[in-house]
Design a binder for this molecule. Structure first.
Ligand SMILES: Cc1ncc(COP(=O)(O)O)c(C=O)c1O
Length: 411
């Protein structure tokens, strides 16, 4: 396959931002396709079996496991990282891979231990960095830990204007550990089929169609969207078949998509700086909130800043208050396996196995981190009326005291 110039240029940028080698990056039309190709190679080399993964995720990250003929086994999440914990207790002879998703860009420190288990047992470590483009967990020598690291340029990811595109980093050290598996994964990723013309056209039309959809009155939106889906003229972020444990065949990236990424990817360092600053603002002002608590405890450029409310009612109230002030807030991942399977049985998911995920998902709000400082503070003001009331009262008292002092001096 002949790769376009923009394909190489995107891989060079990813390598630069992650201090890796462009040859270890493989682009695909959507990250889910690179994941499916990788799981298919894992199954062909290691045999059928299980993949340990969180339910607190997008359904498109679990479908690739199922379409590859592997079975998802769900590990619950740690409320401090929103990422898997206790995976070691689920490991068996049938485990083929463990997925560590860095939810919202919080790098899960447990990946260090999971990495050791994987190294000792030959299980593949898959890192889902879909929320933290070009960021990966590193070992004590500063090298990527995971065997495979998944990155996305898709809808509602770090870069706003790309909408399509995925990138898979395959760790070159896998070549020494399991050369046949390394070869199977990389040759599948290099030889992904090209997209048909009809899909290429839909991808090119996506932004315009989406802009039109945003302008359609709310009452008509879903009808309009359904017509576009039925007439197969629209490529949505999650297709109906993807809520039933299926997905299309894995496609290669197109020149249009890699050129679009190239135009946008140079903004990544400044985008991350802004996100990191806003995370610091949220951490500073929201840390003593009464009705919710913050999750993040580190300076990181998060995709969104998670706050977990005491109960669903308060979370919904805060969501409505923010939405009515014009702020687009995500309730990731609610329902679990977002936007939810048509039937949990397709996914072998039993809600009893993941009590923390079940308890957290209806109570979480993910606050935007890519807005101006001013907007970030406005969001804080909406969320924190009690705190602000006290603060305003304190200022009023201080002002009146200082004006009383001035008047008494004059007298
Ligand atoms: C955690 C996670 N992993 C993987 C994916 C799949 O990414 P893509 O849309 O590029 O296929 C998503 C998509 O939303 C995701 O949220």
């Amino acid at each position: 396959m002949i790769l376009s110039e923009s394909n190489l240029a995107v891989r060079e940028k990813l390598a630069k931002y992650s201090n890796t080698n462009p040859d270890d990056w493989f682009l695909c039309l959507k990250a889910r396709y690179g994941m499916a190709a990788s799981y298919k190679a894992i199954r062909s080399e290691l045999g059928s079996g299980e993949v340990i993964t969180p339910p607190y995720t997008c359904i498109t990250s679990v479908n690739p496991i199922i379409v590859a003929g592997l079975k998802p086994i769900y590990a619950d999440i740690d409320p401090q990282t929103l990422s898997i914990t206790g995976a070691d207790k689920l490991v068996s002879k049938r485990t083929r891979a463990i997925v560590v998703q860095h939810t919202l860009g919080i790098i899960n420190p447990e990946i260090q231990n999971i990495g050791k288990i994987c190294k000792d047992t030959g299980i593949m470590l898959v890192e889902d960095s879909a929320h933290c483009l070009a960021r990966m967990a590193l070992d004590h020598k500063g090298r990527p830990i995971a065997d495979i690291s998944v990155h996305s340029f898709g809808v509602e990811k770090v870069l706003q204007n790309t909408k399509f595109g995925g990138a898979i980093f395959v760790n070159p050290r896998l070549k020494e550990r399991n050369p046949k598996l390394y070869e199977a994964i990389t040759s599948r990723l290099i030889n992904l089929p090209e997209v048909p013309r009809s899909l290429d056209l839909k991808i090119r039309a996506y932004r315009t169609q989406n802009a039109i959809l945003q302008r359609v009155p709310n009452a008509m939106k879903s009808g309009f969207r359904n017509i576009m889906l039925k007439t197969k003229t629209f490529e949505p972020a999650v297709k109906p078949l993807e809520q039933a444990a299926d997905q299309d065949i894995e496609y290669a990236i197109t020149p249009f998509v890699s050129e679009t990424i190239l135009k946008n990817i140079t903004s990544l360092p400044s985008d991350y700086r802004r996100r990191e600053q806003n995370v610091e603002i949220y951490r500073k002002y929201l840390k003593n909130a009464t009705y919710f608590h913050i999750v993040s405890n580190k300076k990181e450029p998060l995709l969104a800043f998670p706050v977990v409310f005491e109960d669903t009612h308060r979370a919904t109230e805060a969501y409505n208050a923010l939405a009515s002030s014009g702020y687009f807030i995500r309730r990731w991942y609610s329902p679990l396996l977002y936007p939810g399977p048509v039937d949990n049985r397709y996914y072998s998911y039993n809600s009893k196995s993941c009590p923390v995920s079940e308890a957290i998902h209806p109570r979480i709000l993910c606050l935007p981190t890519n807005l101006s400082t001013n907007d970030t503070k406005k969001i804080i003001n909406i969320l924190y009326p009690v705190q602000n009331h006290v603060e305003n009262y304190r200022k009023t008292v201080e002002n009146s005291l200082s004006s009383t002092k001035k008047t008494s001096k004059k007298a």
